[in-house]
Design a protein around this ligand. Structure first.
Ligand code: ADP
Ligand code: MG
Length: 731
């Protein structure tokens, strides 16, 4: 056979020749090599320019235009020494990817003299044509201007690609009228809101705290497949997932991949992308196999949130590019293979003060214990009060395949805190009437610190079925999808936490004004919050049916599909929350909602088309060819005079094939018809719901079942699409 599938299989050995990766160098010798860190800046900038950059990086101070030019000159000098010829504002529009528009340093003076130049204005602000990025109707097309503006809190870096080297300036992206069109702008605002609210609460415990940073450590899961095989799968190429494919005889039931050695070819790829990441200052720390065959994970040391998010976006880009050198394809999709575990991106989240305290780490003294308890319980309350919004923040067409699919956290948002802390909260709650006394040793001491060993023990076999789990000194938001930009969920989490802390402070202050002692007021408010939000706590098996029933009884929301879960973004509650905390105006929020619905519609629409095309032009023709072979065979047997019983099996197979072919054919036609009707719908939300219910839910599985059955019947030599066993096990 000379189908693409067999050519690809034949070429695997050739493709697998491992790309030369330097492996002898120390990470420390290349780490940050291509980043304009403050240390590097010190060498290239004047005292004044350096001070100005420092103040803006650490203190959020504005940089004026004149100083901007100084900094630009230093940046250009540094970049040119590295052979950089172009620069770009690097930003993250609402496509979920990163975007760049390269400009050359090269320009002509008025008299035609060629020079290399990088002006302060070009560093601080650019005006890319915004009309081709999603805006949710914020910009009429005649007003296509949008601005990118430098974000000095994330350092500039040099991106090396095959074609050359580019100086990248991390920026925000806003419309001409100031509305945010990216993921970074609201994230930065949410970090500011959380900073302010958290510092205010920290003041009860430590007057020296003047800044609180949200911290994020993500864990990125991904699949790796041979690029040649992937090319023979138009569904992988166009949608990032396989819309057809029967489970292989061997799947993940042996659990041998998780503990196994990393395959040689993938290992070379990992070392290569890690090297590129180190040069860009991404502090990758761990790499390992995941549960499913061909699935892997990497994770860095956690960082200040804005930087961590940029680094994850960069990493996804680097992985995708570096994979090509190894003839591999990286799949960041949440569910590339049916019946095989999907991929997530755990977001480990905490807050840390400028005095060096992790606010979610149990303290060593009664006072710091109380501070820990305050932030811990406020987080629980925040997640409880805004569960719908948190669910919405992780919604996407891809993640819908994962959430609640009995392998990933369910769509019900609940929190796991472990035995020990459950016990602590129970003790606090039992003080009915809030009978706290400053001298109440047992209560105020809450010997959490001494019990840390126990706490850790509790966490080692921690609950993997929980979407939001406390893991000793941070919360792990596990329901985030692998392809997501972390900024979405992190913006929501920071905002709901900021709002909850603000309310907490108001309540505590009210009690203090009434004459309560500070510690007592804090304790009483904590107790009240435990009572109000404990129904979100769940220690059991989040995958079980019982939990679904129990959660319904508790009144916890359980929204399974993206279009409906996104309603949480347009509720009056959300509008008030985001406006009060200066994250989104009503207009911006409505625009985001619209963009997310549109993204969903497009994804499902493309998948439906790919499914129809593949069914009609790959699968049915292969089935018919095999049918013809069988017909020839039967004819031959008849001709030589054999009895009907000798070809009864062939006839039965023929009939089976016809059954499946007809079912596929009829359903594909009906799906096309349904799409036509759905496309008539003008209101975006209704259209998205129709795409979900009348197309995806109604036809995808049905068509797939018949196609996958055919895969088991049709002659392997005639099957055009690389099979799961090849995609997952050949490398
Ligand atoms: P795992 O969840 O696989 O057991 P770890 O618990 O060691 O792995 O850490 C997972 C991630 O949590 C890492 O990326 C780590 O940097 C991050 N992390 C650790 N402490 C914090 C923190 N205070 N804030 C945010 N992330 C953190
Ligand atoms: Mg983890």
């Amino acid at each position: 056979m000379n189908s693409l599938r067999f050519t690809a299989i034949k070429n695997i050995a050739k493709n697998a020749i491992t790309y030369e990766v330097k492996s002898s160098e120390k990470v420390t010798s290349i780490f940050n090599e291509n980043v304009f860190t403050l240390k590097t800046a010190r060498h290239y900038l004047s005292d004044d320019a350096y001070k100005s950059l420092l103040a803006s990086t650490l203190g959020g101070k504005k940089i004026d235009r004149a100083m901007g030019s100084n900094i630009a000159n230093g940046l250009k000098a540094w970049a040119e020494e590295k052979g950089v010829t172009h620069f770009t504002h690097w930003f993250q529009p609402l496509t979920g990817l990163s975007a760049e528009k390269h400009d050359s340093f090269f320009t002509l003076k008025g008299d035609g003299t060629p020079i290399q130049e990088f002006e302060g204005a070009a560093l601080i602000q650019q005006e890319p044509d915004a009309s081709s990025f999603p805006s949710g109707g914020l910009r009429a097309t005649f007003e296509a201007r949008g601005y990118t503006a430098w974000d000095p809190s994330s350092p500039a870096f040099v991106m090396e690609t095959a074609e050359g080297k580019t100086l990248c300036i991390p920026t925000i992206f806003v419309s001409y009228t100031g509305e945010s069109l990216d993921t970074k702008t609201p994230l930065l605002k949410a970090c500011v809101a959380l900073d302010k609210a958290a510092v205010d609460v920290c003041q009860y415990f430590d007057k020296n705290v003047s800044k609180v940073n949200a911290t994020l450590g993500w864990e990125q899961e991904y699949f790796v497949v041979d690029a040649g095989l992937a090319t023979a799968r138009p569904d992988l190429v166009l949608t990032g997932r396989t819309v057809f494919g029967h489970a292989p005889a061997k799947g993940q039931q042996l659990d041998d991949h998780y503990f196994g050695a990393i395959p040689e070819r993938v290992y070379a790829f990992m070392r290569d992308f890690e090297r590129e990441s180190y040069k860009l200052g991404i502090p990758l720390r761990t790499r390992h196999n995941e549960v499913a065959p061909a699935q892997f994970e990497c994770a860095p040391i956690y960082e200040e949130m804005n930087l961590a998010v940029d680094h994850n976006t960069l990493l996804m880009d680097i992985m995708t590019r570096v994979a090509k050198r190894h003839n591999l394809l990286v799949l960041l999709h949440e569910k590339p293979f049916a019946g095989i575990n999907g991929s997530g991106k755990h977001n480990n989240w905490s807050m840390s003060t400028d005095t060096g305290v992790n606010l979610l780490a149990p303290g060593k003294t009664p006072k710091t214990n109380l501070m820990f308890l305050a932030f811990f319980v406020n987080t629980i309350k925040a997640v409880h009060d805004y569960a719908e919004l948190i669910r919405a923040s992780i919604a996407s067409a891809g993640n819908d395949h994962r959430l609640g699919a009995n392998e990933a956290p369910p769509a019900i948002i609940s929190i796991f805190i472990g035995k020990y802390l459950t016990n602590v909260l129970n003790q606090v709650e039992k003080r009915v009437g809030g009978n706290f006394d400053e001298t109440d040793e047992a209560m105020l001491k809450l010997d959490i610190h001494k019990s840390i060993p126990e706490l850790m023990l509790d966490n080692t076999d921690r609950n993997r079925t929980s979407p939001f789990a406390f893991t000793g000194n941070k919360f792990e938001f596990r329901a985030v999808g692998s392809s997501a930009n972390c900024a979405g969920p992190m913006t929501v989490l920071n905002t709901v936490m900021a709002e909850t802390l603000k309310q907490f402070k108001i309540e505590v202050d009210t009690l203090i004004d009434k004459g309560e002692k500070k510690e007592v007021a804090i304790m009483q408010t904590i107790q009240k919050y435990i009572v109000e939000s404990k129904k979100v706590l769940f220690e059991g098996d989040g995958y079980s049916d019982e939990w679904e029933k129990e959660a319904a009884k508790r009144g916890l929301p359980n929204v399974k599909s993206t279009p409906i879960s996104l309603d949480a973004y347009s509720s009056a509650k959300a509008k008030k929350l985001f406006e009060d905390n200066h994250i989104y105006t009503h207009l911006e929020l409505e625009a985001r909602h619209e963009i997310m619905l549109e993204a969903y519609i497009k994804k499902v629409q493309i998948e439906a088309r790919v499914m129809g095309d593949l069914a009609s032009t790959f699968i049915i023709p292969a089935a018919l060819k095999y049918q013809n072979n069988l017909i020839d065979n039967i004819k031959g047997l008849k001709e030589i005079g054999l009895a009907a019983s000798s070809y009864a099996n062939q006839k039965a197979i023929l009939e089976k094939i016809s059954e499946h072919v007809n079912a596929i054919s009829n359903n594909v036609s009906a799906m096309i018809e349904a799409r036509k009707n759905t496309n008539e719908i003008t209101e975006t939300r209704s259209k998205a719901i129709a795409y979900c219910e009348n197309i995806k839910e109604k036809y995808f599985d049905t068509i797939r079942i018949h196609a996958d059955k055919l895969e088991l019947i049709v002659d392997d030599n005639l099957w055009p699409l690389p099979k799961y066993r090849e995609l997952l096990f050949l490398r």
